[in-house]
Design a protein around this ligand. Structure first.
Ligand code: ZN
Length: 269
């Protein structure tokens, strides 16, 4: 039996597509995806190269807001877990934070980080055997891309986070209604637009508010702050029709949903 990645409820509804299965959790409303062809779960380097380059300025502004919003103290060790293109680290360094460490499991991202910060000795290639811990860990736009989300969250709070430190999680979240709509659309269009509506090539879970709460409760994490935001997502359509479908869909989403992104500041209980 497959389990919901967010709340661990046994999943019943299942849509089989050519490259993935889609499960809609009727307890928390999150959508979990399971890749059929394992290679499709690997991030496509080409896609991410374009993504990084085309969104750098926009992501820079978002990260600047995030840091100011979360009132991160200076003079502490910070880890950007799943650093990607390093844009968050870049903002932190530009804002005068000095102890900024970066980690990403993707070899592609590690190369990107080395190029962006050629003199840095704070790009970690592993998190094993570190002799220090971090007072703040950022994990932004990462958890929805993990098929082993529990493993990573456990590592963060049990191995990497210093006593009294906090984890800042940013992730897309959809309402239950929106996820139900997405699931229905996948069924109606036989999965034709799953890659742009559900980002199935890169995402494993489309969390709901309840799903996220289940995840933090399971890990004994206390939510200090929970902000819900509206963020127009990157349009991943590679053809005119896909771009139009995406834009139209998100226009309707903004009418029925008051948020699509969550920022949580959590501490160990
Ligand atoms: Zn669930």
């Amino acid at each position: 039996m497959n389990k919901c990645l967010a709340c661990h409820h046994n999943l019943v509804f299942n849509l089989k597509r050519s490259s993935h299965h889609l499960y809609l959790c009727h307890k928390c409303g999150s959508i979990s995806t399971k890749k059929i062809d394992e290679t499709s779960s690997q991030y496509d380097e080409k896609y991410y190269l374009t993504y990084y380059a085309s969104r750098d300025n926009e992501m820079y502004r978002e990260c600047k807001h995030l840091i100011h919003d979360c009132k991160v103290s200076k003079g502490i060790k910070i880890l950007d877990y799943g650093a990607g293109s390093g844009v968050l680290a870049q903002v932190l360094l530009d804002e005068g934070y000095e102890e900024v460490y970066m980690y990403d499991t993707s070899a592609h991202s590690q190369r990107y980080l080395q190029k962006r910060f050629p003199k840095s000795d704070k790009i970690l290639t592993t998190t094993k055997g570190l002799k220090y811990k971090f007072q703040t860990i950022f994990i932004t736009d990462v958890i929805s891309h993990l098929d082993e989300v529990d493993q990573v969250v456990t590592e963060l709070h049990s191995k990497l986070l210093d006593t009294g430190g906090c984890i800042i999680i940013r992730t897309p979240i959809y309402s239950k209604v929106l996820n139900l709509l997405l699931y229905t659309l996948s069924w109606t269009f036989r999965g034709k637009f799953d890659d742009i509506l559900l980002f199935t090539s890169t995402r494993f879970c489309l969390f709901t508010l309840r799903g996220i709460q289940h995840l933090t409760n399971r890990h004994n994490l206390h939510i200090m702050e929970f902000k819900k935001k509206v963020q127009y997502p990157f349009n991943p359509g590679n053809t005119k029709i896909k771009k139009t479908v995406f834009s139209t869909f998100y226009f309707f989403c903004s009418l029925i949903s008051k948020y699509n992104q969550a920022i949580l500041i959590v501490r160990k209980k």
